[in-house]
Design a protein around this ligand. Structure first.
Ligand code: NDP
Length: 507
């Protein structure tokens, strides 16, 4: 009998009729030109929850044409910041109105807990409001110290047509970290959600139309990376690609986008360390570690999947972490008490298990979990909360993204040793430090190679603060005013004052 906190099937039911998802192209809902569709089976409930149109190259071509036309005709880029802000605010209100519906579809497609999905949709509406506020701040620079004969202007203009390619782990939140900023800048877009989670992006499309977005400004093509995603990165009518997903696909996009030298913004994976010093508030640190590794079942680029604990407290800290882990409710995502739901696909569940078994076989210990989790009443795929100790820095489980509820524990003696372990990684998305000593925290913040540093907390995020990685965790930033800058180009205007230019030929 497991001593884990397992939530059996709840009373909430999957609708008999699946959600029908179609492409949004030039303001119309369309089927694929060849009529092809695909199904999404809920990872938790083993039922078809969505039937989506399966895009092909003709569908992509139609969507890019629509976005290009809308941009070139100035249907959106020529509007005022005030008008853009007004529309983005309307969308935020509509997201709030439909929060339960969006969260429900997010949960049954992705397997994430309904309470978490509700919080993410609320957070997404906040991001739309923040982006609306930025739409009214667009401005460049003026230079009036170039001499009496010159005035220089730097204009900020929208990049143009943007391809937005999103993953399955936070479908609504991630599209909301990209699209409202692109729209605030004046860009038009073609969006491709993951084939595993298309529904909530389609619902967002419905809300955009209801809010009055002009035809062609935001288009959605459903389908697979091949051919839909790939075509969105090669077409010369697209000016920029913004992508969130695996590092492997991110690298492929850099290559395919190079053919037309598109701007590319990438938010990729992470192997995010938290360093725990003996003087830390250990109860708070243990709780944050447990949250950091099990949140979204660990299927999170920001997952706190490795901790580096001072040798003097390692045994006690692991014991606390294991004890807390047993209390976390894993199970039916539709039960409001559940904190950790299902794993996205059976193949991914196997991949997680392979990492754990390989670590065990090469000398690591597994004091908690380490196998598939049985949830009474559900035939879907779940994985046990898992803690792996005796991990060394060279093991795949310490270096690669497991993307599951699996914590790797390493130890250190000195700050220098801890920093070396933190930075001995291909990734550099986020890193954390737990200590009551402000000097330790500041030194860590300056020396750790990561896009985000948390001190005495983990995974707090704000629309105002930029997010992104260094090294193989990506390039570019989302959120904050930097998130808007990604979608802007600088144009220089040099103006001569007076007709006083010396002739070059006859002068
Ligand atoms: P991918 O990177 O493969 O997918 C992300 C998105 O890119 C999906 O919409 C996908 O389409 C699309 N895509 C796939 N191939 C291409 C291509 N050649 N050109 C353009 N777009 C493409 O992630 P997976 O969903 O396969 O997940 C695999 C692993 O990636 C996970 O196990 C995890 O380690 C990591 N990951 C990291 C994420 C992060 O937030 N950093 C998010 C998701 C995954 P399609 O619909 O075909 O999948």
């Amino acid at each position: 009998m497991s001593d884990l906190n397992v939530v059996s099937i709840s009373n909430a039911r999957i609708p008999a009729d699946p959600f029908v998802a179609r492409h949004l192209i030039d303001g119309d809902w369309r089927s694929s030109t060849d009529g092809a569709t695909f199904e999404r089976v809920s990872p938790s409930h083993d039922a078809v929850v969505t039937v989506a149109c399966r895009g092909n190259l003709l569908d992509v071509d139609a969507a890019i044409s629509a976005a290009r036309r809308a941009f070139d005709e100035g249907r959106w880029s020529a509007t005022t910041g005030k008008d853009r802000a007004t529309l983005l605010l309307k969308v935020a209100d509509l997201i709030d109105r439909d929060r339960e519906r969006i969260a429900f579809h997010e949960t049954i497609e992705s397997g994430k807990p309904i309470s978490q999905a509700m919080a993410e949709i609320e957070g997404a509406a906040d991001i739309w409001r923040y982006a609306a506020s930025l739409a009214r701040t667009l401005h460049g620079e003026s230079h009036n110290s170039l001499g009496n004969d010159f005035l220089g202007l730097v204009l900020k203009e929208p990049v143009g047509v943007v391809s937005i390619i999103t993953p399955w782990n936070f479908p609504f939140l991630i599209v909301s970290q990209k699209l409202p900023f692109a729209l605030a800048a004046g860009c038009t877009a073609v969006i491709k959600p993951s084939e595993m989670t298309p529904a909530t992006t389609v619902i967002l499309g419905e809300l955009l139309l209801e809010a009055g977005i002009p035809a062609g400004v935001a288009n959605i093509v459903l389908g697979f990376g091949d051919p839909v995603g790939a075509a969105l990165t090669t077409d010369k009518r697209v000016d920029m690609v913004t992508f969130t997903g695996s590092t492997a696909v991110g690298k492929a996009i850099v290559e395919t986008a190079a053919g037309t030298l598109k701007k590319v913004s990438l938010e990729l994976g992470g192997k995010n360390p938290q360093v725990i010093f003996p003087d830390a508030e250990l109860d708070a640190a243990a709780d944050a570690v447990v949250f950091g590794v099990y949140f979204n079942a660990g299927e999170c680029c920001n997952s706190g999947s490795r901790i580096i604990v001072h040798e003097d407290i390692a045994e006690e800290f692991v014991a606390r972490t294991v004890a807390l882990s047993r209390l976390v409710p894993f199970g039916d995502p539709l039960d409001p008490s559940t904190k950790v739901g299902a794993i996205i696909t059976p193949e991914h569940n196997n991949k997680i298990d392979t990492y754990v078994q390989e670590a065990r076989a090469t000398g690591a210990s597994v004091p908690l979990g380490g196998k598939v989790l049985e949830v009474p009443g559900l035939r879907g795929q779940f994985y046990e909360p898992t803690v792996v100790t005796n991990v060394t820095g060279d093991m795949p489980i310490a270096r690669e993204e497991v993307f599951g509820p699996v914590l790797s524990v390493l130890t250190f003696k000195t700050l220098d040793e801890a920093i070396a372990l933190v930075n001995d990684a291909d990734y550099g998305l986020s890193a954390g430090v737990w200590s009551e000593n402000v000097h330790t925290c500041l030194e860590f913040a300056r020396r750790a190679h990561a896009g985000t540093i948390w001190t005495n907390t983990w995974m707090d995020g704000f629309a105002e603060l930029p997010f992104g990685g260094v090294k193989q965790s990506g390039q570019g930033r989302e959120l904050g005013k930097y998130g808007l800058d990604e979608f802007l180009e600088a144009k220089t205007v040099t103006m001569r004052i007076g007709k006083n230019r010396e002739p070059w030929v006859s002068g």
